[in-house]
Design a protein around this ligand. Structure first.
Ligand SMILES: C[S@@+](CC[C@H](N)C(=O)[O-])C[C@H]1O[C@@H](n2cnc3c(N)ncnc32)[C@H](O)[C@@H]1O
Length: 394
């Protein structure tokens, strides 16, 4: 996602429909708070504001992607990203055949552009499956994919569960949209941070000790070189393992490719990152307050790629590559893709390439990680610079 970090508008200045939907979302949260004794874990809050049917940010009919939305993801910037991703798809499909499964397909732009790129390369999958949590986004995807010709549209199918399959699974900016638990470090304890209602607005509140969090934190401390200071706040994703199991488990042979904002564990839980990685995006403005614009804004936390690699290994997969988006896209042949474009398109996509590659933009903040099962070939996309070794020790 790209965004700018400037002042936020006042709620009263929003469109009446946005104000009304925000009010309904807040009433829903307040009702849950009342049912749960005035306190809820932040993970529950994030679940509600992102995925509550009809009210959550990703369950709304509009307002997420592109100029009229809150953020722009790599596939939404033009076909360059999809044409790069066609390279690992081709390599995996050439070797194992089968399907592409896209998890969390947003408004369907990557699916459209990737199918067109694979058609040009003569490497279409048997099917293009989409596993999407949001009913509203499934409708948007379907409307966009209906614009494709039948030979392509006929390959697309939505699934509620990943079937047993061979091929490649793609998840771009999906793991960073999973609800996370937030915590704070105390002198002799670690406690969850949750949400309460105070003076008519949502506020942070420290929750009761949680044995599962404490055990997880003890393990984390053992793997870090430096102690985390008192007052340190960060996040952990408890839904990572169950979410990954849904599409890594059924993959008999092939590769799962994650591209997301995130870092290795040591960088993620660096002692200087004292307020974690939680970010909110509202109409292309980034800020750190998840309690404003509930339901109208995105709330996201970066991905601990060491945790992703470990879950993959527990699911019987091996890490087949980990690198920054810059080196990943260059490894996918971005320069050759650019060189193949006509003059007008080249100029536009060269600007996109800058955003995707520049270290201060997405280049070093987004990483790609591939997990493989029954696929032994080195992935060309990671041939230029593979940092897998850092997942364990960095
Ligand atoms: C930040 S958007 C990224 C969309 C798209 N991949 C892109 O790059 O434009 C996150 C997407 O993941 C979907 N999503 C989140 N959790 C999911 C889950 N557990 N299973 C399937 N889709 C999920 C959201 O509904 C949304 O489509």
């Amino acid at each position: 996602m790209t965004f700018t970090s400037v002042g936020l508008p006042a709620l009263e200045d929003l469109a009446p429909i946005d104000q009304a939907e925000h009010a309904r979302m807040c009433s829903r949260i307040v009702r849950v708070l009342q049912e749960e004794g005035g306190y809820m874990d932040f993970e529950r809050f994030m679940e509600l504001v992102l995925y509550e049917p009809e009210l959550g940010f990703y369950q709304r009919e509009t307002g997420q992607f592109g100029d009229e939305g809150s953020f722009t993801t790599a596939p939404e910037m033009g076909p360059l990203f999809a044409r790069c991703l066609a390279q690992p798809c081709r390599q995996v499909l050439d070797e194992v055949g089968g399907v592409v499964l896209e998890v969390g397909a947003g408004r369907g732009t990557l699916a459209c552009d990737l199918l067109l790129a694979l058609q040009s390369a003569g490497a279409l999958p048997d099917e293009y499956l989409i596993l999407e949590r949001s009913a509203a986004l499934r409708r948007r995807q379907s409307a966009l994919l209906d614009t494709l010709d039948e030979p392509l549209r006929g390959r697309v199918r939505w699934v509620n569960e990943a079937p047993e399959m061979r091929g490649i699974v793609i998840a771009n900016e999906v793991l960073d949209a999973l609800p996370v638990q937030r915590f704070e470090v105390f002198a002799d304890d670690v406690r969850p941070l949750g949400v309460t209602l105070d003076g008519g607005s949502f506020q942070w509140r420290t929750g009761p000790s949680d044995r599962d969090l404490t055990a997880w934190y003890e393990e984390l401390r053992g793997s870090l070189f430096e102690l985390l200071p008192v007052g340190y706040r960060s996040e952990r994703c408890r839904q990572l393992a169950s979410t990954m199991a849904r599409f890594c488990g059924p993959l008999e042979r092939g590769v799962v490719l994650f591209v997301d904002y995130g870092y290795t564990r040591a960088t993620y839980y660096h002692p200087q990152r004292t307020d974690g990685t939680l970010m909110c995006h509202f109409k292309h403005r980034a800020h750190s307050d998840p309690f404003v614009f509930a339901g109208l804004q995105d709330v996201t936390a970066s991905v601990d790629f060491t945790a992703v690699a470990r879950v993959g290994e527990q699911l019987g997969m091996t890490v087949a590559g980990y690198t920054s988006q810059t080196w990943f896209l260059l490894g996918c042949g971005l320069q050759a893709v650019l060189a193949s474009l006509r003059a007008g398109e080249f100029t536009r996509q060269a600007q996109v390439a800058k955003k995707l590659l520049m270290p201060g933009e997405m280049g070093e903040r987004v990483h790609a990680l591939a997990l493989a099962r029954g696929f032994e070939q080195p992935l060309e996309a990671f041939a230029l610079r593979d940092r897998s070794g850092r997942l364990a020790s960095d």
